[in-house]
Write a protein that binds this ligand. Structure first.
Ligand SMILES: Cc1cc2nc3c(=O)[nH]c(=O)nc-3n(C[C@H](O)[C@H](O)[C@H](O)COP(=O)(O)OP(=O)(O)OC[C@H]3O[C@@H](n4cnc5c(N)ncnc54)[C@H](O)[C@@H]3O)c2cc1C
Length: 246
């Protein structure tokens, strides 16, 4: 018997659910819409530690933040991405996830500011017992089915390798996961460490302020890409050989 056919548990209680989804990002909102569509009548809640919908697409705010995948495949099947831009900027994706939550009436199911800190299976009751930190203290919730949509990285701390001598650096140190709203980098000499998707996005955006006097160097293998496409041409301009270094 599927969960939809079972009588919902303790429907009058605010702490017991058929399904609890952890996370109100792209996955959690998608899971909730499908749950409502495919298992109507299921009593569910979404637990979200932050005060916003969107997860990654709300948290990351660095210049030029965008998807790497095309949104026609990253978006939902039930709400196809309609913009002509296949590679979308972060704010558009954030808006898309919020719009989905409102269009499918998911928002009222979200407990914002609730952080899951423990989940224990209780064999006697066949329930998950969840411990949550909430704005009014620690709470216990119960659920038959626990759906983890909490992403794959720490929301508290971005990956930060040790760099010896870092304490001697007198400039501003920024991690893209926590980009300050008011960071003024115009006219500054900027070094980007890393060669992943974030660096690929960030470097051209920082370098586009070059006319205003920015110098951007990427400490990575970006020059490898110099043979490929428009983006790599922009990156090549930004790397030390063409910018004259720092
Ligand atoms: C800059 C960047 C670009 C990316 N681009 C792409 C791309 O182009 N294509 C792609 O496929 N993937 C990409 N990713 C990966 C991206 O994370 C996923 O695409 C997608 O956003 C994941 O959605 P999610 O809902 O699974 O997780 P997340 O977006 O990480 O959302 C998880 C949610 O769970 C909440 N949460 C976490 N822990 C708890 C807890 N203990 N209690 C309560 N709530 C909790 C968080 O607050 C968050 O709201 C990118 C990631 C980054 C950082």
């Amino acid at each position: 018997m599927g969960i939809a056919e079972k009588a919902t548990i303790q429907a009058d209680r605010s702490d017991a659910f058929d399904v609890i989804i952890i996370g109100a990002g792209l996955s959690g909102i998608g899971a909730a819409v499908r749950l409502q569509r495919d298992c109507p009548g299921t009593n569910f809640a979404i637990i979200e530690r932050r005060d916003a919908i969107g997860g990654t697409w709300d948290l990351f705010r660095y210049p030029g933040i965008r998807s790497d995948s095309d949104m026609y495949t990253l978006g939902y099947d039930f709400k196809p991405w309609s913009s002509e831009k296949a590679i979308a900027d972060g704010p558009s994706i954030r808006e898309y996830v919020n719009e989905t939550a409102d269009e499918y009436d998911v928002r009222p199911h979200i407990r914002f500011g609730h952080k899951l800190i423990a989940a224990n299976w209780q064999s006697e009751t066949s329930l998950w017992v969840l411990t949550l930190e909430t704005p009014v203290g620690v709470k216990t919730y119960y659920t038959r089915f626990l759906f983890m949509c909490s992403g794959y990285y720490s929301y508290d701390q971005g990956h930060q390798p040790e760099f010896s001598g870092r304490e001697d650096f007198k400039g501003t140190w920024v991690h893209p996961q926590f980009w300050p709203d008011d960071l003024d980098y115009v006219g500054k000499k900027v070094v980007v460490i890393g060669s992943g998707a974030t660096a690929m996005t960030l470097v051209p955006n920082l370098a586009s302020s070059a006319a205003k006097g920015n110098h951007v160097a990427a400490l990575a293998y970006l020059r490898y890409l110099a043979a490929f496409g428009r983006c790599s041409r922009q990156l090549a301009h930004a790397t030390p050989a063409s910018s004259g270094g720092l």
